[in-house]
Every structure is written in C-alpha cells, then in structure tokens.
Design a binder for this molecule. Structure first.
Ligand code: KIV
Length: 425
C-alpha cells in the first residue's frame, strides 16, 4: 500500500456535535494551540495562532482546540478571533471546523470559554475535572461525591449558557478507579455532555489497556440513557512513547475522536502526534483498522509541521516519524540499492504524499554505508554518467576514504573528487 492517494475520496460527514453519520469516521481534534502551546517555551502570538488555525483547516482538522480562554486576555482574544474567522470559514467542501476552548470546572472559567467560542458556527467548550484518587486527594482536595456533583453542575451550567457541544474530560482517567470513572461519565452524559474524552494525562497506559475502552463504551451504551448519542475520544500523552499506539487502540476500541498535536508537541514528553495517527489510519485503516478513516488531507502535513516548528521554536528531531528530516532519507548501501530498484523496498509512503518534494533521485544520502550503485547514480545525476568502470571504481575507493572522515558527503565533495585529476592509489 502507498499513501500516494491518501486523500479520502469520500465526503466527510456533516459536523454534528453528538453524532457522526459514518460509523468508521474518526474525528481529528487538534490541540496544538492549547496542549501543544503548553510545551515549555512554546508560546505562540495571536497572529501565529491564527495562521496555524487557518492551516489546520486546510489540513482537514474537524475540531481546533484554540486555547484556554481564562489563562490570559491574549489567549481569550486569540480563541475569540479564531472562532469568529476560521470558525465561520466554509471550505471548498462546505465544511467548517468546530472551535473549542478549554475550561476548568468553575463557573467563571466556563463563562469565559463560552464567551470566546460562541461566535463560531460550531462552538465547543471542553471542561475537565480530575477523577483519579491521586488528583482528587492531593490536587483538588475533593471527595468523589463532590467531584461528581461539580462535573454535573459544570455541564448543566454550559447548557444554561446555550452551549450544545460540550466535551467532558475526567482528567487522569487512566489512573482512575474504573467503577468511579463509569459513574462520572454516566452522570455527565445525563447532564448533557456530547463528547466524552478519556485522557491518559500522564502517559501511563499501555495499548491493550486502552482497548478496554470498548467495554466501557458498551456498558455505558447498554445502561445509560443518552449514551448512544455521545462520541468517545482519546487524549494520549507521550510519557512512555506510546501515545500514537494508545490513540489507535482507543479508536479500535470505539473512540471516534482522537486528540493530537502537530509534531506531537505538548506538555512534558508531548502529545499524540497528528501526522503519525493520520498516516497510520491512511495506510492501514482500510484493511487492518476495520475501515477507519479521517478527513485529513496528508498533502498539507509537511507545510503544517514546518509552520508549527518555526512558530513554536520546537525543533523536530531528525528521525521523527513522518516529518523528521531523515524520514525519507536512505543511507545504507543495501537500502540505497533497493530504493534504486524500487521505492517500495524501503518506503511505505512517499514524501510527495505528505507534500514534500523529493530532494533528488530517491532520497539517497551519501555516507560511509553507501554502495557503488548509489554513488554512480548520484554521479550520473551530476552529469558524470559516462565515466569508465575503472574510473568509478577508483572514485568509489576515494569516496569511502572521505566518508570515514566526514559524516555526509555533499554534491560539492563528489564534484571535487571527480574534478581532482590526481588519482590516488
Ligand atoms: O492531559 C490532559 O488530561 C488534558 C485534559 C485537559 C484533556 O490535557
């Protein structure tokens, strides 16, 4: 399979807060502008946030979490202007993303968040309250009964303000007692929440544990009035490097919204990376993931990644999946030889599919592991395709000597080798 045609041919289902009229469609909830901005040192200006939000719409994101309006006047203004502009911009397919603001479970926060998003065509408020024993005892200093009461009151308060798209997150859900988690979720469904998010706040979960979401969803749907009309969601932090695997396991377990960020930026070790989840679904969704699909157009991934990297000042590691500088580079001789014979040997997707132009040839990086096939191919690309075999053999020896001293061999190095008349033994 190749992601060359990863753009979904199907039209995305209409945005309805509590329902998706396609059982296999996975909503992409991007939180680059909220959780992503919580990466230490990654503060974004309102102008940068607006540009990123516009790019996220182009990418095909369903919900943009634009910020935490109570956090600062600037964040409020950024969320409000994104809600007014991007939140009312109809794209060529007639789609307008939902604009979401985060809120603690307090009246003043809820009102501020609602005030920031309410001008969008699809305004959403995301309210959270911790449900794990550790958080309830040490952070909130609240009893479980108080937590349930406050969660329900928050959802009801949002309803009373006119908000009909309400996401509730039991923070630290994966370290919460399953029975208590069930009870909280059941009560907020009855109070009117439309999306129930399961945050793996500390990145503690393992993929097989995340799949038990199916049991939780089944139980809630069988026993709680209204539970068939809510959407379940994942929000996976990356403390153990498992956020993508956990998000996919959650989707296999029945979640139809995944929360993620561009380049995986976010609190501590970051959040689930949008490009990883989306490309896994684009490449494997049809056959191995039960037909799952998203509305993301992968061809905009590279530009979005670069924009977020530049604006946030958070560099992308070279070997980062999908968007790292080395993601489509091939150094070893065996790999290069395979690539020259057929790209499918070592590439499961093409750089073009995420909007990258291939630098030259098939993305070969010449270094000490490279073989003769790669060298002669690059020489031909540089205009030296007709060298006699003995000359190539001699250049290959000198290339290997140089590669032992220098990490990457640039075109200028090759040209210097070819143009140097002195043949070395
Ligand atoms: O990590 C977390 O639990 C969160 C929630 C607010 C969803 O960011």
């Amino acid at each position: 399979a190749s992601a060359g045609s990863a753009r979904p041919q199907r039209k995305r289902p209409e945005y309805i807060p509590n329902r998706i009229d396609d059982p296999n469609y996975v909503r992409v909830f991007d939180t680059t502008l909220r959780d992503g901005e919580q990466s230490p040192g990654a503060t974004l200006t309102s102008k940068e946030k607006m540009e990123i939000a516009k790019q996220l719409q182009k990418l095909g994101v369903d919900v943009i979490e634009a910020g935490f309006p109570i956090a600062s006047p600037d964040d409020f203004e950024a969320v409000r202007s994104i809600a007014m502009e991007v939140g009312n911009n109809v794209d060529a397919d007639g789609y307008v993303p939902a604009i979401c603001g985060l809120s603690r479970s307090r009246e003043a926060d809820l009102e501020r968040a609602w005030d920031a998003v309410r001008h969008a065509r699809h305004p959403r408020v995301h309210v959270f309250l911790a449900t794990s024993p550790i958080h309830m005892e040490h952070k909130l200093r609240m009893t479980p009964d108080q937590v349930i009461r406050q969660a329900v009151e928050s959802v009801k308060h949002l309803r009373s303000l006119g908000c009909k798209d309400i996401e509730f997150s039991p923070e630290d859900a994966t370290r919460s007692h399953p029975t208590f988690l069930y009870e909280v979720l059941a009560e907020v469904i009855k109070a009117g929440a439309t999306t129930l998010n399961i945050p793996d706040t500390t990145g503690w979960s393992l993929p097989h544990e995340f799949q038990v979401l199916r049991g939780l969803i089944t139980d809630l749907r069988a026993n709680v009035h209204g539970a068939n009309d809510v959407i379940f969601s994942t929000h996976c932090q990356n403390d153990l490097g498992l956020s993508t695997a956990n998000s996919l396991a959650g989707a296999m377990g029945g979640a139809r919204q995944v929360e993620c960020t561009i380049n995986g930026i976010g609190e501590r070790a970051g959040n689930a990376s949008l490009e990883e989840i989306v490309m896994a679904i684009a490449l494997r969704g049809e056959r191995q993931l039960g037909g799952l699909w998203t509305g993301i157009n992968p061809v905009h991934i590279a530009v979005t990644s670069k924009m977020v990297c530049d604006y946030s000042g958070m560099p992308v590691q070279p070997h980062k999946a999908i968007v790292g500088a080395n993601a489509f580079a091939h150094e070893s001789g065996i790999h290069q030889d395979g690539m020259l014979k057929s790209r499918d040997t070592y590439e499961i997707m093409t750089p073009e599919s995420i909007g990258l132009a291939r630098a030259s040839g098939v993305g070969l990086v010449l270094g000490k592991h490279s073989g003769r096939h790669a060298l002669s191919t690059r020489l031909a690309e540089l205009g030296y395709g007709d060298l006699p075999a003995e000359r190539v053999a001699e250049l290959f020896r000198r290339f290997k000597d140089l590669a032992d001293k220098k990490k990457d061999i640039a075109d200028e190095d090759l040209l210097a080798l070819v143009q140097d008349g002195v043949h070395q033994p």
